[in-house]
Design a protein around this ligand. Structure first.
Ligand SMILES: [Fe+2]
Length: 411
């Protein structure tokens, strides 16, 4: 298959597996069964569903298919917790995941314990192909850890009492660094993941891309800069917007980032608080990022420009998720962390792309239509999950993730 798990010792894989499984439980620990059952809108999922679906992934693709004698925890649950795998049969409708008051959160925790125990027993005897699926399952669960946090943020944002998921530290710095421009490389460069370490199939193969003369901003667009865009009538000036974006602004009544309020506060995982003006703007859509860039006399970077720029940056640095608790973008800067960065590149296949074999071939390839690539990592991305070749993707109107932007311009 095309996921290419790293050939790490089994002990390393096992410790990363169980650390990941534990972190998911820790992320859900502050939630009541009711908190974990709500689905705030059709694209977001209840926390309980994330806990169960990530477990179903291991149960189905590792244990059922590769561990002799494994007994499913509850056969009928596959219908509830299969996300989008057509090869795995019919499933519960995505927009109705919030209707599942049962199984309870505790029953889902018991499901997790059952699968974890089976994984522990099975690991020493798994084939290399099955171990690659364990590696994929770890990376899959890390993606859902980030979604669990952003979906809980969206859930709590619905509550007029503004509940806090956890405690946030106050902002560490009060001014962003001045905007500097970095000249990028021109000509033919290579992007994409090379063979060896784990990467998703969509990051491969590594291939050549052409970069024209360009510059990239040394930091992300800040909340303060976004306020200038708002005050300058950015949301009311059709000439700044793509046609689809302008229709979306009108239809949805969009006038600011998703969690901003008119009293200069924003809703965060720590509850409602003053907007941190020096921090990178977050929770903006592709449409908004594109309009802002046009207003600023710039444009969004291409994926290849961004990846070449980030190739020498350490993806382990920056404000990313280390342990359970509330997170928020901060003003520390860097390339990875705080917010995912919209690029102007469509999420499409690379030359020579081959989806992974079997049902997991549905993981990325079938979503290569109508979505844009985001690069980097956010404050909710588990540290170690991302890399320069990583391709996050969302539709252009999505903005419940920690999504911001870095400007680019022709040079
Ligand atoms: Fe999933």
């Amino acid at each position: 298959m095309a996921t290419h798990a790293r050939s790490a010792p089994l002990g390393d894989l096992a410790s990363r597996l169980f650390a990941t499984r534990t972190l998911t439980l820790d992320l859900a620990a502050p939630l009541s069964d009711a908190d974990a059952t709500i689905q705030p809108f059709p694209d977001a999922s209840p926390a309980k569903w994330h806990l169960a679906h990530t477990t179903w992934f291991f149960e189905t693709f590792v244990l059922r298919d590769h561990a002799a004698g494994y007994r499913q925890f509850a056969e009928r649950w596959a219908y509830l917790f299969n996300s989008y795998y057509e090869a795995e049969g019919p499933r519960h409708a995505r927009p109705r995941r919030g209707m599942l008051s049962r199984p309870s959160l505790d029953e889902v925790r018991a499901y997790r314990a059952h699968v974890d125990e089976a994984l522990e027993r099975a690991l020493p005897n798994l084939s290399p192909a099955a171990l690659e699926l364990v590696e994929l399952g770890i990376n899959h669960e890390q993606q859902h850890q980030e979604l669990l946090l952003t979906d809980i943020l969206a859930t709590f944002a619905e509550n007029p009492l503004h509940p806090a998921y956890g405690e946030l530290r106050p902002p560490a710095c009060f001014s962003a660094e001045p905007l500097a421009w970095h000249r990028g490389r021109d000509g033919i460069v290579e992007i994409g993941a090379s063979a060896g370490a784990f990467a998703f199939d969509s990051e491969r193969p590594r291939h050549r891309a052409f970069l024209s003369s360009h510059e990239l901003a040394g930091r992300r667009v800040t909340n303060r800069e976004w306020r200038e865009f708002v005050e300058d009538g950015g949301y009311r000036t059709p000439a700044l917007w793509l046609s689809d974006g302008w229709a979306w602004v009108q239809q949805e009544g969009i006038a600011a980032p998703r969690y901003w309020d008119e009293d200069a506060t924003e809703f965060t995982l720590g509850g409602r608080r003053q907007i941190d003006w020096a921090a990178p703007v977050a929770h903006v859509s592709y449409y908004e990022a594109d309009a802002f860039a046009r207003w600023a006399g710039a444009r969004l970077p291409t994926e290849a420009e961004w990846e070449d720029f980030a190739a020498s940056a350490d993806p382990m640095l920056g404000n990313q998720l280390d342990e359970a608790g509330a997170v928020v973008p901060g003003a520390a800067g860097g390339v990875f962390g705080d917010v995912w960065e919209w690029t102007q590149s469509a999420f499409a296949s690379y030359p020579g792309f081959a989806p992974a074999e079997g049902a997991v071939g549905e993981y990325n390839g079938k979503f290569m239509c109508g979505q844009f690539v985001l690069k980097g990592a956010s404050c909710a991305t588990p540290r170690g999950h991302s890399r320069a070749s990583y391709r996050n993707f969302f539709p252009p109107s999505a903005r419940w993730q920690f999504t911001g932007l870095r400007l680019a311009r022709d040079a």
